[in-house]
Write a protein that binds this ligand. Structure first.
Ligand code: HEM
Length: 185
């Protein structure tokens, strides 16, 4: 994955736990990179190794780290460094989610070698929709849960994403029931 993903993990860890913990995580993961370059591609395994080392060093489950990372990605990386692109994604949480299937097409203009996830929405209602997530990667289900929660915070519309089918349990792809506003409370 492009370096900006690993950079965002670094930013999350350093902000909340300090530089020393980040150095310990990198060392446990066997990652010998001083500075991640945003527009350079790094092996996916490096990102996975950083997440599992963070889980060990911080004593938190990989699942909770991925959820925190999803929120951080939306609120700190995407909203602050790619504000215009995020605004173009929609004026409300519902609009953003309905447009999500096209989102990474624009990202791909900046990062041409992107191997993006694919999203589809179905059963779109007033306070809920079903989100379908397709990827060749494994283990990022909870990252998506965190991304949706982060989007809820970004739009001041609290949202929850509940996994209703998981690729890790044999389903064709991950499916989430997303609810927001009063329905998510
Ligand atoms: C401007 C904001 C965003 C940028 C710049 C961005 C960029 C990226 C990049 C660089 C990757 C790594 C893939 C690669 O390098 O091949 C990625 C992966 C991913 N992105 Fe985004 N993204 C953005 C917003 C979002 C949003 C809002 C969502 C969903 C709500 C999302 C969902 C994902 C997921 C789930 C992955 C993991 C890859 C996979 O599932 O295969 N991204 N994105």
């Amino acid at each position: 994955m492009y370096g900006l993903v690993n950079k965002a993990i670094e930013d999350l860890v350093v902000t909340h736990f300090g530089e020393d913990k980040w150095e310990a995580i990198k060392s446990k993961a066997g990652v010998d990179v001083d500075v991640f370059v945003s527009n350079e591609a790094y092996p996916d395994d490096m990102t996975y190794d950083l997440v599992s080392a963070a889980s060990e060093v911080l004593g938190a489950s990989a699942s909770s780290i991925l959820i925190a990372f999803g929120e951080h990605w939306v609120l700190e990386t995407a909203a602050k460094s790619y504000g215009a692109m995020m605004k173009a994604g929609g004026g409300s949480l519902k609009e953003f989610l309905v447009n999500l299937p096209n989102f990474h097409t624009r990202v791909q203009m900046i990062y041409p070698k992107l191997q993006p996830p694919r999203f589809e929405c179905s059963d779109v209602g007033g306070n809920s929709l079903t989100l379908h997530y397709f990827t060749h990667r494994l283990g990022l289900t909870d990252f998506v849960v965190g991304l949706v929660q982060g989007l809820g915070k970004l739009y001041s519309t609290p949202a929850t994403a509940t996994v209703t089918a998981a690729k890790s349990a044999g389903a064709d792809h991950d499916v989430f029931e997303v609810t927001w506003g009063a329905a998510a409370a």
